[in-house]
Design a protein around this ligand. Structure first.
Ligand SMILES: [Zn+2]
Length: 321
């Protein structure tokens, strides 16, 4: 006996048109020109190094291509071709509901711009997203999985939507303890998280630069620097809890490397890029912890970025230079 035919919801998205970003990388200090291009259904998000002529220059934006680096997320393919600091553009694509894009870049690191995802969100939403005739597959979390390292913890558990919860606790009085939980449905990322900038402690800056990192960092321009009660941030903080919001932005960018939108509740406790990647590896290694399902109408309505329109982008971000 044939049951009623299930209606398929063909809501994969890509960009309506290419959008270009230019600037130096935070860690390498090297300039790059990056072009986000529309791509076909089921292409996913992939980077292509246009400055590399020989061999395979395509790098899929996926968890199993992540090189274990502490301070940013670097993807590297089998040929050793890499792209660094992908997390803020990945968060913007996920937060705007873009499932397919080819990201051409002529250097080793994604431009840091203002240290947040605001300019990526603005650029993507100015061009708009285009619907493709293919259903969205999501990764539904079925079991709780947790990883811990050096007093930090990252957990993912079943939930009918993507929720991100984050807790940080810094000795710097200007940061202190901060906690926030957000339901990522619709345009929550654009409204609540996308303009929160990269931050670090003054004590970390010299240590990073001695190790050849943060060479493109300009306090107050592309990173907020905290020193005890002092805050070097240019315009002042964009949110009183800007640091925890940035950690949530990073978490979305790193979770976007799962390969499909995740339906689950992520909890980060002082977690960073490496631990979130370890969590994804643990999730996929745990039998029965996650399954790929095709979105029905109710699930589609809960996807991050679904239904987001230009008018919903905060005015300050629409105008940002
Ligand atoms: Zn970040």
């Amino acid at each position: 006996m044939a049951g009623p035919r299930r209606k398929r919801h063909k809501v994969q998205n890509t960009l309506k048109a290419s959008v270009t970003f230019e600037g130096a990388g935070l860690h390498s200090g090297q300039p790059a020109r990056m072009v986000l291009k529309p791509a076909a259904a089921d292409h996913g998000i992939r980077f292509k190094r246009t400055d590399i002529a020989l061999g395979n220059s395509v790098i899929p934006a996926r968890w199993d291509y992540v090189e274990r680096t502490a301070l940013c997320t670097r993807l590297v393919n089998a040929a050793g071709v890499s792209v660094s600091t992908v997390e803020h553009v990945m968060a913007a694509l996920a937060g705007c509901g873009v499932h397919n894009a080819l990201i051409e870049i002529d250097g080793p690191e994604v431009p840091i711009l203002d240290g947040s995802s605001a300019l990526f969100v603005r650029g993507i939403m100015q061009k708009g997203v285009r619907r493709l005739s293919a259903p969205v597959q999501v990764l539904q979390v079925l079991k709780e999985v947790s990883v811990e390292k050096d007093g930090a913890k990252a957990t993912i558990m079943p939930c009918d939507r993507l929720m991100i919860e984050f807790h940080i606790d810094f000795a710097e009085q200007a940061i202190g303890r901060q906690s926030k939980t957000l339901d990522l449905r619709n345009g929550a990322f654009a409204r609540e998280l996308c303009d929160s900038r990269t931050f670090c402690r003054r004590a970390d800056v010299e240590a990073m630069q001695a190790n050849g990192l943060a060479l493109g960092g300009v306090p107050g321009e592309n990173a907020v620097v905290f020193d005890g009660e002092e805050v070097e941030s240019g315009e002042g903080l964009r949110h009183s809890d800007e640091p925890v919001r940035h950690k949530m932005l990073d978490a979305l960018g790193d979770l976007a490397l799962a390969g499909a939108p995740l339906m689950g509740r992520y909890i980060g406790e002082r977690a960073g890029h490496a631990l979130t990647n370890t969590l994804l590896r643990a999730l996929f290694a745990t039998p029965g912890a996650v399954r790929l399902v095709e979105c029905d109408a109710a699930m589609v309505a809960r996807l991050p970025g679904q239904g987001l329109v230009w008018g919903e982008i905060p005015a300050a971000i629409r105008k940002v230079a």
